[in-house]
Design a protein around this ligand. Sequence first.
Ligand code: AMP
Length: 411
Amino acid sequence: MFQAPKGTYDVLPGSAFLAVRDGLLEPARLAGYGYVEAPVFEDTELFARGVGASTDVVSKEMYSFTDRGGRSLTLRPEGTAGVVRAVLEHNLHKGQLPVKVRYAGPMFRAERPQAGRYRQFQQSGVEAIGLTDPALDAEVVALAWEAFQRLGLRQVRLLMTSLGDPACRPAYREELTAYLAGLDLDEATQERARINPLRVLDDKRPELQALLTSAPLMVDRLCADCKAHHEAVAAGLEALGVPFERAPRLVRGLDYYMRTTFEFLHDGLGAQSAVGGGGRYDGLSESVGGPPLPGIGWALGIERTLLALEAEGVTVPADSGVQVFVVPLGVAAKAWAVGFVGQLRARGIASDLAYGDRGLKGAMKAADRSRARWAVVVGDRDLDGSVAQLKDLTNGEQTAVPLTDLLEHLS
Ligand code: AMP
């Protein structure tokens, strides 16, 4: 027997997967973010240049392959690079700005699987491209916050900081590098400091954090423009009623972020506590060969959002249930039932019937399992009398309803 590959999983009927995937994007839809879908694989170079060749995502985790035409392609590890590529390719940035889009779909990273961490996982995301307006940053962050609230999550925390820009980050990076050089760091950490010193700040080990208490912080070294932007985003979030914590040591795993950077954490998830994250990526377009084109966006993890809902005991209805279950007893009744569920479905009423010509007992069991609200039981004799037995499956009450009234009744 085959099994799903390591680090993957199957979504099965009864899961709230779809409701979460789409629910996370509902506030964005209401805010004018159009739906886009980019391919699941792109040129490997797009990610190497867009996400950053030195990141773990690109250097260690990409699923890359050579296709039959000798091209190097990669299963997308994240959504932003492909969306920016699509915007540029179709000249959307030459129309109305910002270009606001939303997307959802699978991402692929060859990580070590564990609870909440998969090799194929799903994200819902948005991007707002073309403007550097702090009010837009606040909108984008608020859309994710609202999405979690709407699903019923109450234990999500928003962390936010600014990572500066090309005007102020290089000098800060040098200062931090010099500071880290003065510490007694193990070799692996020294190596990380060489690749990206900012990431050392985000190290969770307490002994390292103890060494870093007096490390210089980016937020204290922002240039005037970055500082003004950062405070305007904070004011915007306050005006929108979105609570956030300032997190001066927050760094994310993708190189393209600058200025506004944020993460959503859920405390009920253990080690993999990030349910989403994002930020501003004003240099991304240029790094993939496009014109200067600022942007900001986020991606929320669907599996971890499902785990967070479970941790908080929130149920989101799955979409696979039916409201009405029809139980035909006899040949003529079955023919009628097939037509009747067709009429119900045409009216938008989810309905099913007992297939397999089982007896009453088996068919009623099927009705119970369907978790429908109503069962319609019809024998050939009922048909002759032009009635059906309508049973309320919540309390077992049964009434005879004339067939001519049944559709209206259930509607
Ligand atoms: P990132 O694209 O790394 O900024 O991640 C955004 C969100 O996607 C994270 O906060 C997680 O919720 C989710 N995520 C990232 N990597 C994985 C993974 N390997 N498995 C499951 N969810 C993930």
